[in-house]
Design a protein around this ligand. Structure first.
Ligand code: XBP
Length: 251
């Protein structure tokens, strides 16, 4: 099968946004709303089991017995807090606080040069995905992503397969013609259930998760002068992830 598209997850895969981006932005929003809540690195790791910032807030409020100061309906309160958090997140990205992961820019550039389509399938809100792509890749490279599927575009977020099924529909390709780059078990469940093969680049939050259903598990995508470490799967004697390796995987 000829490789037609790469579908990327965003948070944790394109950049390590969770610990130093989203988590920090949530805490800044809590502080400015006069809330005593603070999410430390470990607590946030547990909360990441809930995909979607609004869903995560709701889960925290209902399961961690966080006291709500306002008497407004919960969903309105969450929507407002989440939009404040998104504002802080955009400010953090603009201050260059969060670098791209190893190999991302090289892989996106060579996919573009070789006519492989680029797509996004993320649980984060579409605004937060766009701001990350624009600030970290630059607007021109960000525009190479022809399909961006994110946040509330589907009713059921990852680990449901819906966001990947939507990306496939918009691309107009079959699952066999595409390859996914993900970083978590929830993302892998979503892509696997959509019939897609998946390469995982682990990070500190996801490194102990179950990646049995991935075709390849790496510490990062690597560079010619910075080889990846293969945690599981066949890397066909390559030391960094490129289109040639992606093509071998979908064959
Ligand atoms: C990312 C998420 C998002 C971000 C926060 O998951 O779960 O909720 O943590 O972004 P994935 P928002 O990497 O699987 O897409 O606040 O915009 O939801």
């Amino acid at each position: 099968m000829t490789l037609k598209a790469l579908i990327f997850d965003v948070d944790g895969t394109i950049a390590q946004t969770e610990r130093d981006g989203h988590r920090v932005a949530f805490n800044l929003a809590f502080e400015s709303a006069g809330l005593p809540w603070r999410w430390d690195v470990e607590t946030y790791g547990k909360l990441l089991e809930i995909g979607g910032g609004k869903e995560r807030l709701k889960h925290y409020i209902t399961h961690y017995k966080a006291d709500l100061p306002q008497k407004q309906p919960l969903d309105n309160f969450i929507r407002h807090l989440h939009s404040e958090k998104s504002r802080y997140y955009a400010e953090l990205l603009a201050s260059d606080a969060i670098p791209l992961r190893i190999g991302i820019k090289r892989l996106i550039t060579s996919a573009r040069q070789q006519g492989i389509k680029l797509a996004i399938a993320s649980t984060a809100s579409v605004e937060n995905v766009r701001v990350l792509l624009d600030t970290s890749l630059g607007e021109e490279m960000a525009s190479w992503f022809e399909v961006i599927c994110a946040g509330d575009m589907v009713e059921k977020k990852k680990p449901a397969p819906d966001i990947y099924l939507l990306a496939l529909k918009k691309l107009g390709f079959s699952s066999k013609e595409c390859l996914v780059i993900e970083d978590t078990n929830q993302g892998l469940t979503a892509s696997y259930e959509a019939g897609l093969k998946t390469v995982i680049t682990i990070n500190d939050y996801s490194k102990n998760q179950d990646f049995d259903r991935a075709v390849l598990v790496l510490n990062h995508l690597g560079e010619p002068d910075l080889p990846f470490e293969v945690i599981k799967g066949n890397s066909y004697d390559k030391s960094y992830f490129d289109i040639e390796l992606a093509q071998k995987i979908v064959n």
